[in-house]
Ligand binder design. Structure first.
Ligand SMILES: NC(=O)c1ccc[n+]([C@@H]2O[C@H](COP(=O)([O-])OP(=O)(O)OC[C@H]3O[C@@H](n4cnc5c(N)ncnc54)[C@H](O)[C@@H]3O)[C@@H](O)[C@H]2O)c1
Length: 250
């Protein structure tokens, strides 16, 4: 499948986990992938993997919560490749806290990266996506759809991404942009592995987050969904969220 031949795609969070898997998948389908992240070592790994498989990718060290950095990086991508066909906003951060202990600084950081970062990327990319009738794929979470304990900021940020995506899907539908989101659950990534539950947490609330020992859930399970939504195969999908959680919430 070469759904991204002659297409240029930006992937944020491309240095690790789901974003890295998405960048590799999009490149394997012929796309030129602009990889954004704050993790240089992770970006190097992604670019090396793509290059070794014969794909085309370039790294941008870019903090998605920094407006100047985002505007400059997206302009550089368009200057270099002359077009932008899809934007995949995968970068995100997570931490668990009892809500009464959650520091305002941590709340602000999570909202700034997950929600404001997604907004800034969309705002800067939309003028270019309008020229190609391109696609936006945002990363929501089952934490926004169902109840998770200890993730007040994270759940709120992902709920914001969910609503932002729907807003964009209506606002730009007539001009040919489609915007959709993905809501994964418990995918094996560095984020999931590094997450530390708050001290004294109530075990009985854990079932809401990790309810079963099912088959392995590597990031490639979500990369395929992202690639679908970013491709012309999903042209007639707009304003939807694909819950890719292996049935956890069913
Ligand atoms: N792993 C899961 O089960 C799961 C479930 C639901 C949603 N998600 C979402 O999927 C996305 C990817 O998560 P993951 O599990 O692959 O995590 P991950 O930690 O492996 O990858 C996240 C990447 O985002 C980058 N990043 C963080 N802050 C950034 C910033 N300010 N600017 C640019 N890049 C930044 C990190 O450096 C990292 O490379 C996140 O938005 C996350 O919330 C993950």
């Amino acid at each position: 499948m070469q759904r991204f031949k002659d297409k240029v795609v930006i992937v944020s969070g491309a240095g690790s986990g789901i974003g890295q898997a998405a960048a590799i998948r999009l490149a394997s389908e012929g796309g030129t992938v602009a990889c954004f992240d704050v993790n240089q070592a992770g970006l190097d790994e992604t670019i090396n993997t793509i290059n070794s498989e014969g794909g085309t990718a370039k790294a941008w060290l870019c903090d998605v919560s920094n407006q100047d950095a985002v505007n400059n990086a997206i302009q550089e991508v368009v200057d270099q490749y002359s077009q932008l066909n899809a934007l995949c906003n995968i970068a995100g951060i997570l931490r668990f806290d009892h809500t009464t202990d959650l520091k305002l600084d941590d709340w602000n950081t999570i909202i700034n990266v997950n929600l404001t970062g997604t907004f800034l990327m969309c705002q800067a990319a939309i003028p270019h996506l309008l020229k190609t009738r391109g696609s936006i794929v945002n990363m929501a979470s089952t934490a926004a759809l169902g109840a998770h304990a200890w993730t007040a900021a994270y759940s709120a940020s992902k709920g914001g991404v969910f609503s932002l995506t729907k807003c964009l899907s209506v606002e730009y539908a007539k001009q040919g942009i489609n915007a959709n989101s993905v809501s994964p659950a418990s995918i094996s990534t560095p984020m999931a592995k590094a997450s530390v539950l708050p001290e004294g947490f109530d075990q009985s609330l854990l079932a809401k987050i990790m309810p079963f020992d099912g088959p392995p859930r590597p990031p490639s399970k979500i990369a395929s969904v992202i690639a679908f939504l970013a491709s012309e195969d999903a042209d007639h999908l707009n304003g939807i969220d694909i819950r890719a959680d292996g049935g956890i919430m069913t």
